[in-house]
Structure formats: C-alpha cells, structure tokens
Design a protein around this ligand. Sequence first.
Ligand code: 5GP
Length: 209
Amino acid sequence: MYRNRNGLLLVVSGPSGVGKGTVCKALLERLETMRISISATTRPRRVNEIDGVNYFFKTQEEFEAMIEHGEFLEYMQVFGLNYYGTPKAYVEEERRNGHDILLEIDVKGAMKVKEVCPDAVTVFIAPPTMSDLKTRLYGRGTENEAAIERRYKEAFAEIQYLPKYDYVVVNDIVDRAAKNICDIIEAEKSSIKRNSELIAKYSEEMNEQ
Ligand code: 5GP
C-alpha cells in the first residue's frame, strides 16, 4: 500500500499518575515498527533504570555541551530542577527511514516540538476524572503526601495545555487508550495533507493519458 515516505512523529504527554508510560508500552506492543525516542536527562538514575534504555543519563556539563552543539529537538528543565531533552539525530534519521517515532515528553516540550515540527501529532493522555488521578497518585505509594500534592497541583497546570493538543485520549482502560492512539495514527496517515505525493502522482498519470 502507498505510504508517505517520512515516518510520523507522535508526541504523547499527560500528567504524572495518568499511566502514560503504560499506555505507551501497550502502543509499542501493538505497533512493532514504531520506534521510541530515548531522552537525555540530568536527573539521577532510579534503581530499576538502565542507561541507554530508559534515558541517557548525563551530567549537567554534558547536557549543557549538547545544548551548545544544537543536539536537541527540544529540551526543558522539568520541575525547575533537572534537564530533559530529545536528541535530534535519532528522531530525524528514523523518520527519514520511514519509521514512526514516539516521544513521551512533558507539555512544554510537546509544544516546542509542534513549533519546530508542525507535522508532529500531539496526543494528551487524560485521566477519567481528576479525583481518579489523585487516587492513582496515592496508589503508587512511591512518594510522601507532600510530593503527591505537588504532583497533583502540577497536573492542574499541565491540563491547561490540553486545548493546544491535536487529540485527547482518556486512559480509563489501557488497551482501549492504546487502540485509540493506533486509530489516530492510521487516520493521520490517511489525511490529505500527508498524501500530497500520492495526489501529485495521480495528476501526473492523468496528464499522461
Ligand atoms: P521522570 O523523571 O518521571 O522520568 O519524568 C518526568 C517528566 O519528564 C515526565 O513528564 C516526562 O514525560 C518528561 N520528560 C521525559 N523526557 C523528556 C524530554 O526529552 N523532554 C521533555 N520536555 N520532557 C521529558
């Protein structure tokens, strides 16, 4: 089947506790050819994390040198502390090779990506209700009450960005949310604006007749 040559750049965000990591994992299981971008960060590695798998863990100096060399598609200081950034080279190369690529990044990073790559598709993963999000944050049991309250407040700030996204997917059931995103990808790939080459091909053939 005809496909646009460039891979799709899919940007997924959502407040912490919404389960976006789980949804992205389910999405990658459904779409074997989709690649995930591994971000660089200066935040300390957590015990279960592997360098080069979860993140590329960098020192502040290393990260700032990468900024200076223009190596990021976007970067942010999330929570006003640590740097997080999307290395540009991998995203560009995979897209050139026709592979779809997934970025799981914060709302400000997503807006930046949309600015520099207007053809990116942005998806906001939302909780069924705000009280449901609070329950999920408490349920994780990994943080104290003050940290949970802070994340909950941040979730309010992040949800302010929702209207700027292309799509919203409510994560009530993980598989359903992942399927919704698959459907969005398929619809985007069939959109007229992504099929200009196909349309040009038809015009060419018709002119030849
Ligand atoms: P965590 O420290 O829990 O892994 O991630 C904290 C936040 O940073 C999450 O909202 C995550 O989506 C975001 N994040 C991870 N990588 C990037 C990145 O490359 N760029 C931006 N802007 N945010 C990121």
